[in-house]
Design a protein around this ligand. Sequence first.
Ligand code: DC
Length: 222
Amino acid sequence: MINIALDGPSGAGKSTVARRAAEIFDFVYIDTGAMFRSLALKALDTSVDIVSDHDAVVSMLNNTSLDICRKDGQQHMILDGVDVTGKIRTPEVSKAASDIAIIPAVREWVLKAERALARKYDCIMDGRDIGTCVLPNADVKIFLTASAEARAQRRHRELIEKGIDTSFDEVLSEMKYRDKQDCEREVSPLRMSEDAHLADTTELNLEESVDLVCSIIRKVIN
Ligand code: DC
């Protein structure tokens, strides 16, 4: 199997770029953030206190089934038999996903699922620790990033387009909160693997970002 690890902070454009590159190379795109988001959604919906009751989160995990299925080329998250894909992109779930992702038992649970998928598919897997921890032997590792302001601007635009009413400052401060927590957590923090290619998209539009990432992949796998 060919495995491509695409890591980077939130809002760097990983999911859009990975989806497009996966189409071009005919790989399966795997969005690992969606797994943390689905678990966070369940915790919110069942009033599990993610921040201060890690034992409750662990018992929730023991009673949770999470499947990924593909419909019309899109990844759908099936949580306890229900498709929750449309519910995991709110700012509330974004914050809760970052909070739940610091819990070691959650990371272990997700890690098993991620590795099983990588064994099954030629894939581009996007996340925070794919190159450093989940797939240390990935064929290609890319670290996709952009300045916090550029990332917040893109995310703000996306939320407004989806009809989610929020201010730029709110999005920027949520992004900084997540950057800090994702980079500073003890288990599998976000960092660039030494053998990763850096792709900085601050000055690039979407097409240019896709071209950059595809050219890195092409150079390595050809
Ligand atoms: O990529 P995203 O914004 O959908 O991810 C949501 C949160 O999940 C992110 O703030 C950190 C966490 N995450 C992680 O810790 N490790 C991953 N491989 C993917 C996401």
